[in-house]
Design a binder for this molecule. Structure first.
Ligand code: SAM
Length: 238
């Protein structure tokens, strides 16, 4: 029987309809009413709240790591565009950033964002545009060396025009990839959100030159009506 992320069966028979319906209200547009309704009924949003994660995005990095295993004990992680911090919360446990697993290496997590991020034990945050001149050197200085993983869930602000948004996120992702080339240790991993579509071919080509393996995955928690997917590039050639 199919189960939702909250572990409940979805057969539906004999069950009450628990869907939260949002009424339109003065000043609220139809699209924000729809967004609110989807948010209130999203099982991953509910699960994030129940498990103390700062957003449903946490499940995407969990599912990516469950498959490709890059968040290992002792790993040094750079999270580009980390706010509000869901990915970092997941990384803290998986890389043993708090040293809670006896005898295992202790990892490091450095989060970068344009916005301020509320503290998370085991993480260091810096408010920074990763595209600023010298940002890569600053990150290496803060990290005390190179990184094992550079991950990016960055999104450019939406213009509402599909093709423009696609090009913006691809160029953001390309910039993140070049940043990763400067910061990653040989053998390291780059994980980034991309939008499926026309312009991503060049990015894939670039990553295939720089890494020994390049995978694409749409995690189950990524909304099916979104064209986002994730690229996981492993084995940085240096
Ligand atoms: C979808 S959110 C990330 C969510 C995060 N993975 C989590 O689990 O909480 C994308 C973030 O990218 C940040 N961002 C976008 N462009 C950036 C840039 N040039 N430098 C740093 N951060 C950036 C935004 O401020 C935003 O907080």
């Amino acid at each position: 029987m199919a189960k939702t992320p909250t572990g409940k069966n979805t057969s539906g028979r004999g069950q009450r309809d628990l869907t939260v319906k949002v009424k339109t209200a003065r000043g609220r547009t139809l699209s924000s009413t729809r967004w609110l309704q989807r948010q209130l009924n999203d099982p991953y949003v509910k699960r994030a709240q129940a498990e103390g994660y700062r957003g449903r995005a946490a499940f995407k990095i969990m599912e990516l790591d469950d498959k490709y295993r890059f968040l290992v004990n002792g790993a040094r992680i750079v999270d580009l565009g980390c706010a509000p911090g869901g990915w970092c919360q997941v990384a803290v446990k998986r890389v043993n950033a708090l040293g809670e697993k006896p005898g295992k290496k202790v990892g490091t997590i450095l989060g970068i964002d344009l916005q301020e991020v509320d503290p998370i034990p085991g993480c260091v945050f810096h408010q920074l545009d990763f595209m600023d001149e010298g940002a890569d050197d600053k990150v290496k200085e803060w990290l005390g060396g190179k990184a094992d993983v550079v991950m990016s869930d960055m999104a450019a602000s939406s213009s509402g025009h599909k093709q423009t948004d696609h090009l913006r996120i691809i160029s953001l992702c390309e910039a993140a990839a070049y940043f990763a080339f400067d910061v990653l240790e040989e053998g390291g991993t780059f994980v980034a959100k991309v939008l499926a579509g026309g312009a991503e071919g060049d990015l894939q080509k670039l990553l295939k030159q720089k890494f020994t393996k390049v995978f694409n995955m749409k995690p189950p928690s990524s909304r099916s009506d979104s064209s986002e997917k994730f690229v996981v590039a492993m084995g940085f050639r240096g």
